[in-house]
Design a protein around this ligand. Sequence first.
Ligand code: C2E
Ligand code: SIN
Ligand code: SIN
Ligand code: FE
Ligand code: FE
Length: 412
Amino acid sequence: MKKEKKLDYLLELINDLNEVKDIDLLLEKILFKARLFFNADAGSIYLKDRDRLVFKCAQNDTLQKRLKKGEKLIYKRFSIPIDSNSIAGYVAEKSIKDKSEWVLNIKDVYKLKDTPYCFNPEFDKKAGYKTRSMLVVPMINKKNEVVGILQLINAKDERGNTISFSRSDEVYILHFAKAAALALERAQMTRNLVLRMISMAAMRDPEETAEHVNRVGAYSVEIFERWAKKKGMDEEEIDKKKDVLKIAAMVHDIGKVGISDTILKKPGKLTKQEFETIKTHTFLGARLFYNGDSEFDKAAIDVTLNHHERWDGNGYPGHVDPLTGKPLPGFELPDGRARPKKGEEIPIFGRIVAVADVYDALSSARSYKEPWPEEKILQEIERCSGKQFDPEVVEAFFSCHSVIRAIKKNYS
Ligand code: C2E
Ligand code: SIN
Ligand code: SIN
Ligand code: FE
Ligand code: FE
């Protein structure tokens, strides 16, 4: 490719990074696009957290191809110190010391001689993978702080042979890393805002911890991906929607901040009247997003308002105006309640978070119940298909159940 063409292509690739709001999805996207541009078989990203690098995501085409269709690589969370015992650690250490960006371009990690850093072959051994070439760059923000490390592994030529990264790659990846650092900082701001909202809610309702919120977000995204693929939605559309759904699912119960402690923290069964009060957390939550008109605000309304509707039309709050909680014109039942939504009247994000939320609620201890064993939860979800839940969403849930279980383990 010609030089100018190549730069255009790079700019095109990094152009929409700033639209992504969720950090985990942004990291996946950064890594994917970097691998696409530099033709790398694999790669990983670490983010700096105080004096350590936290492993955040990894992609590996070779290992992915060994899996069955639809399966995903699952990585353990870990962190490493910022020192020369690892290549990523060394690049971070040096960038912090020199207060400047640079690139490490290694031809073959198994033939390192007299280098101030060393390669750890542990991962290769475990995974049955052979790392050779590596391109490693720090992601540095506007304040000249290292926010993370981007590591690309095994450049490929057109025929798929492993080769080294080139000298021009070193220049391009500096641009790329800068754009990535910027996008990360923006996503971090959004995340902090949402986390502040969530921790406010968690102060009120310690049973529903940050982990519950993270898990429901992560489950929802997995279920959505399966559901959308089956529907034939295109990849780009899926990516965009996943992003807003992730954060929207995390705030599904944010309306509980409006409910009094005596009810929210009650150790036993709720009275009918108390449960009526709990039900208001749906539209109280939706209200918070009513003034906004971003994709995210719309998704957050869909989720908060609809995650307790039921497929068979026996859920709540029904067709209400979130601002008043009163039935919308034409949807008032004789007893004054709003007619519940039913089937596809319930927005898809609501139908998905309903399943994710119940799976997690049953998995966890609550002031009013013990956690259930996995087997019993799956039976319950199956039993509720077509009643409480959209059968197609339940199907999507079961098709990614192994990933969901792995997430549950990771976040507990
Ligand atoms: P939560 O504890 O997060 O429960 C979320 C949802 O999980 C429940 O929404 C319900 O749809 C589902 N769920 C719980 N147990 C079962 C079950 O055995 N089978 C099935 N299929 N689904 C189940 P729901 O009922 O609308 O409750 C909303 C929130 O109200 C609960 O959130 C919890 O905070 C509160 N709540 C509900 N029942 C009680 C109770 O008896 N005592 C107390 N203290 N709080 C309750
Ligand atoms: C956003 O940036 O749209 C999310 C912030 C929020 O409204 O919680
Ligand atoms: C909660 O603690 O009630 C959950 C917080 C949230 O979903 O925003
Ligand atoms: Fe809820
Ligand atoms: Fe919940």
